[in-house]
Design a protein around this ligand. Structure first.
Ligand code: NAD
Length: 487
């Protein structure tokens, strides 16, 4: 059950930054604010600008300083969709806001709604996807290696894995949920995806009240479609979470009714998953349900459980009765304007729906992460070799001859050449489709006396006389274990 309402007289109004955003944003924001006001939410709005208008004013990040100051002051944001206008640079205002306030966790509840018919209706789908929001390939560190070969760095940190797992556990505890599923591709990416599996399992073992399990992420996608009822809270790295949270939204009616929260230590930002829907902007027909559901997450975040519950029941009653719904969810030809739908929800305030799952909500206990530039020290470190990536149109045997010649007299032996992860020299049989991008693995003949940089520099000069190399990776061992993937 939600907590009892606090007496209005003693409840201070909580300041919240409202960013109406672009396209249908201002319409769904107004609708949401009307419902919250009618339900008696003790919220004081600070309206702020971000998105297309900010870009038009030449603000490269898409949000002016006043907006950032407002968020820093209130720590809570309700946000409409923001366009990334073509022709004003490539930055997304959404990403800028998330990164500025290090909102590292994206939380997306996925729950069946009454009256929204899907192939999964009646299955009781009710789970939460917790997605890491700032790391992984979305750090956007990309380089062309050769004119025809691109690379994107997948950066995963132990601190990032720990804090997203603790957030998933906090979400489970805040909603009285019992199980956390860590979904990763650890079977293939043992170091990066494997880190979330390893840290996730370690961290979740500290929560005796929560069951936890690991699932390979592709099977998780399959299971979400086959048997979505089994999930309670899932946690994933950024790209896996991006894809599976959209898949999950599709189970219960699509992006138009999907809410989300972006959580960090400094700020929490609540927004609908959908975009600015420019085709219907200004027509007064947009569906505000997703932003309203996001606002319910916001009310619970600020501790106003009673108002959240009141609105949730009124919304469910409205959807169940199926009268006065917007065109995207109404029966064919029965859609009404946003304002009529909002009036109907407001009229239903105070009514109770049997379809709302009663949960023991508590605020999500966010741990404050100290700013540290290290996370875990290694008691021993060894430099054992170097992978040198070279561009070549020759075949592996010919490359091995030139690279062995280059290494002669150096501190290294050439031990392996690989192409897109597969060993192509020494020949171990099998057929590899070759491109002009090779990884040559050189191991130190003997451990270097110093930091090994002079030896690496010497090797690179030798290789550079014959080959174009474009990047190198040190091969290190931390605490006695290889800190690199095998061939
Ligand atoms: P979209 O979500 O805006 O629209 C997809 C489809 O869903 C359209 O048919 C649209 O009419 C419909 N739709 C979406 N929300 C609706 C609502 N509340 N009521 C009724 N119908 C709704 O996606 P898009 O067209 O790919 O993107 C449009 C713009 O939004 C782009 O500039 C994109 O960058 C931006 N965008 C912003 C966010 C965000 O701010 N979080 C998220 C996604 C897209």
């Amino acid at each position: 059950m939600d907590s009892a309402p606090m007496p209005t007289a003693t409840r201070a109004r909580t300041k919240v930054t409202a960013i109406p955003g672009d396209g249908i944003g201002p319409e769904v924001m107004r609708a949401t604010q009307q419902v919250l006001a009618a339900a008696g939410a003790e919220v004081e709005w600070e309206e702020a600008l971000a998105g297309a208008e900010a870009f038009r004013r030449g603000i490269a990040a898409g949000a002016p300083q006043e907006t950032l100051d407002s968020i820093a002051r209130t720590g809570v944001v309700l946000k409409g969709p923001l366009e990334t206008p073509v022709g004003y640079g490539e930055k997304s205002a959404n990403v800028a806001l998330r990164k500025t306030f290090e909102m590292y966790g994206n939380v997306r509840p996925v729950r069946e709604l009454p009256g929204i018919r899907t192939p999964f209706s009646g299955r009781g789908v009710d789970f939460v996807v917790v997605r890491e929001n700032v790391e992984d390939v979305y750090a956007g560190i990309e380089h062309m290696q050769t004119p025809g070969v691109a690379q994107c760095l997948k950066l995963i940190t132990e601190v990032g894995c720990e804090r997203i797992t603790r957030l998933a556990a906090a979400v489970a505890q805040a909603e009285g949920r019992r199980k956390v599923t860590v979904a990763t591709k650890a079977n293939i990416m043992k170091l990066t995806e494997g880190m979330l599996k390893r840290i996730g399992e370690q961290v979740l073992a500290e929560y005796p009240g929560l069951q936890h399990e690991h699932m390979i992420v592709d099977n998780c996608a399959h299971q979400m479609v086959i048997r979505p009822e089994q999930f309670d809270v899932t946690v994933m790295t950024n790209m896996n979470g991006d894809i599976l949270s959209d898949l999950a939204a599709g189970l219960v009616g699509g992006l138009g009714v999907a809410p989300s929260a972006n959580l960090g230590d400094e700020a929490a930002m609540f927004e609908a998953v959908h975009g600015s829907a420019p085709q219907i902007a200004g027509k007064g027909v947009a569906n505000p349900t997703a932003l309203l559901l996001s606002a319910l997450m916001m009310l619970r975040h600020i501790g106003d459980f009673a108002t959240a519950r009141r609105i949730e029941h009124a919304l469910y009653v409205t959807l169940e009765e199926g009268k006065d719904l917007t065109g995207d969810i109404a029966r064919e030809g029965e859609g009404v304007p946003t304002a009529v739908y909002v009036e109907r929800i407001i009229a239903n305030l105070g009514r109770e729906s049997g379809a709302v799952p009663e949960r023991e909500y508590r605020p999500i206990a966010l741990k404050r992460w100290p700013q540290i530039t290290w996370y875990r020290a290694a008691s021993t470190r060894e430099l054992v070799g170097v992978d040198v990536f070279v561009e070549s149109e020759r075949d592996p045997r010919a490359i091995s001859i030139t690279l062995q010649a280059a290494a002669e007299g150096s501190a290294f032996d050439l031990t392996m050449i690989g192409s897109r992860g597969a060993q192509v020299w020494p020949d171990i049989g099998g057929h590899s489709f070759l491109v002009d991008h090779f990884r040559a693995r050189f191991m130190f003949k003997e451990p270097p006396k110093g930091n090994g940089i002079a030896e690496i520099t010497d090797l690179l000069q030798r290789i550079g006389r014959q080959h174009n190399w474009m990047h190198i990776e040190k091969l290190q061992r931390f605490d006695g274990a290889d800190a690199f993937s095998k061939a």
